[in-house]
Design a protein around this ligand. Structure first.
Ligand code: RP5
Length: 167
């Protein structure tokens, strides 16, 4: 990978069904990304060395998704000053509330920009990462704006269909 990119980390292969939505949005916006399974608890040394290596190679945003006692986003933030977005994943009996609290309740000085639980959060993590990269990439900024406009048009089309059906 050369040039600025986003690194998507997830704690387990079981998180891929959620984090794939994040990768799909980045792909759609033509943002370069890497995606890796690495765990704060099961492979702490691999996680730490990947973060250092990715940062050296030009990673500008980390997106870390994990479930249960989710420490991946916090552990990522502990090892870098590159912005970290945390995605809490609903992989246990507490439906992701455990992961939400583990991800969002970071101590002052080690921020994790935490998004919603599950697929919506994974998608918003990608949009947020794209918006961060767009601060120094005019063409990407245009793609992000175009995507927003397209989403707005979809809602207007839905309303038009609803109004037509009521006539
Ligand atoms: C977390 O534990 C992972 O991020 C995953 O959400 C959860 C369950 O992992 P598996 O037991 O499915 O590998 O570390």
């Amino acid at each position: 990978m050369s040039g600025p990119f986003v690194a998507i980390l997830m704690g387990s292969e079981s998180d891929l069904k959620i984090m794939q939505s994040c990768a799909d949005i980045l792909k759609q916006l033509q943002v370069s990304y890497e995606i890796k399974i690495t765990s704060a608890h099961r492979t702490p040394a691999v996680t730490q060395s990947y973060i250092a290596d990715a940062q050296e190679r030009g990673c500008k945003v980390f997106i870390s998704g994990a479930g249960l006692a989710a420490h991946l986003a916090g552990a990522t933030a502990a090892h870098t000053t590159v912005p970290v977005i945390g995605v809490p994943i609903d992989s246990g009996p507490l439906s992701g509330l455990d992961a939400l609290l583990s991800t969002v309740q970071m101590p002052a000085g080690i921020p994790v920009a935490t998004v919603a639980i599950g697929k919506t959060g994974a998608k918003n993590a990608a949009y947020l990462a794209a918006q961060i990269l767009a601060l120094s990439d005019v063409e990407l900024a245009e793609r992000v704006k175009a995507e927003r406009a397209a989403n707005g048009e979809k809602v207007q089309a839905q309303d038009k269909a609803l109004q037509d059906s009521l006539r």
